[in-house]
Design a protein around this ligand. Structure first.
Ligand code: ADE
Length: 358
């Protein structure tokens, strides 16, 4: 009889209060107007590392351009990356497409309707499988992201380290028996509470929280101590020099290698280290360009998950009749109109986009 008497991680009353709150306070978001598993899948992937407000226009455009799993499976890589341009973490888009191709081949174009099958698809981890299964199919499985970890730590008053994978694993197991029959609303309500009420950095708005009466951290004033999250390793700093090389109508891009950071994307040419003007000129000559004029422009930083690029930069003018680029070098001279329409340049370089037109 152990299972019958064991205390649930969240009581039925707490879950009921949360659902009632969600019905009234839920934000009206585009992916909440549908039960289409494909749409929910795409939204959850976009939302993984990107804010809700930033995702909205991308989601709407993606759905207009690629409304079905089949359309996603068949779209060209260039078009896919262009639709993703600015969202960052491009491997998310590539994994989406790989999984869409698997769904076409093995599942008749329909996303599988069970957590365990969804979990096997490229790019779908525990959280995303839980979110799709609960929201689109009503399966009673939890979906635990960073927001939900924070809510759970606070409600239960747990000092366990939420950065540890084991904590997530334990809570995923513990939360299973708490998921109500309104599984999708429960998933979204937990996320919503974490995003709008049980916010990070000790600022929890307990006065507005439907679970306050059930929350250990609220009752004991522990929201500035909980959750506990062990410090991440500091990011590696990479100094770089970026070149906006143009002749007035065309700009030079470089295709990145097929694996690793920003794999296969087009970038502004760049070199390791902070080069002074003489070093920069020598470097440009070594890669086949003959600068007529080289001018320093504002430096910029870009932060990735594990590293930071600290970029100095130069604007470089080359002759309009320059035709010395050898395609095998990975450098391309692209017409500016075409660059805007067809090439996805990662947002790491967006600080320099204002210099793209001379
Ligand atoms: N973040 C992750 N999933 C979300 C969702 N479905 N709604 C709002 N924010 C989210």
């Amino acid at each position: 009889m152990k299972a019958m008497t064991e205390k649930k991680m969240l009581s039925d009353e707490a879950v009921e209060a949360l659902l009632a709150w969600y019905r009234v306070h839920r934000r009206d978001l585009p992916w909440r107007k549908t039960k289409d598993p494909y749409r929910i899948w795409v939204s959850e992937i976009m939302l993984q590392q990107t804010r809700v407000e930033a995702v909205k226009p991308y989601y709407e455009r993606f759905m207009r351009e690629l409304p079905t799993v089949q359309a996603l499976a068949e779209v060209s890589e260039e078009k896919l990356l262009k639709l993703w341009e600015g969202l960052g973490y491009y491997s998310r888009a590539r994994n989406l497409q790989r999984a869409a191709q698997t769904v076409m081949r093995d599942h008749n174009g329909k996303l599988p309707n069970a957590y365990s099958e969804l979990r096997k698809l490229t790019g779908i981890g525990d959280y995303t499988a839980g979110a799709i299964a609960s929201i689109a199919f009503g399966e009673r499985v939890p979906a635990i992201d960073g927001n939900v970890l924070r809510v759970l730590a606070r409600v239960t008053g747990s000092y366990e380290d939420i950065a540890l994978p084991q904590t997530k694993k334990n809570w995923q197991e513990a939360l299973k028996s708490c998921v109500p029959k309104e599984a999708g609303d429960f998933t979204q309500a937990m996320i919503e509470l974490g995003a709008t009420v049980c916010v990070p950095n000790g600022e929890a708005r307990c006065g507005k929280c439907p679970m306050a009466a059930h929350c250990v951290s609220c009752m004991k004033h522990l929201t500035d101590e909980i959750p506990v999250r062990s410090a991440k390793k500091p990011r590696r700093i990479i100094p770089k020099t970026v070149f906006v090389i143009a002749d007035g109508n065309r700009t030079v891009l470089h295709k990145r290698p097929p694996t690793g950071l920003l794999a296969g994307l087009y970038e502004l040419p760049n070199a390791e280290g902070h080069l002074d003007e003489a070093e920069a000129t020598a470097y440009l000559r070594s890669i086949g360009f003959d600068p007529l004029q080289i001018t320093p422009i504002d430096p910029a930083k870009h932060i990735f998950t594990h590293l930071e690029w600290h970029m100095n930069a130069y604007r470089v003018r080359i002759a309009p009749d320059f035709d010395g680029v050898d395609e095998s070098s990975g450098y391309l001279l692209i017409d500016n109109d075409e660059l805007r329409e067809n090439y996805a340049v990662p947002s790491a370089f967006s600080a320099f986009s204002k210099y793209l037109l001379f």
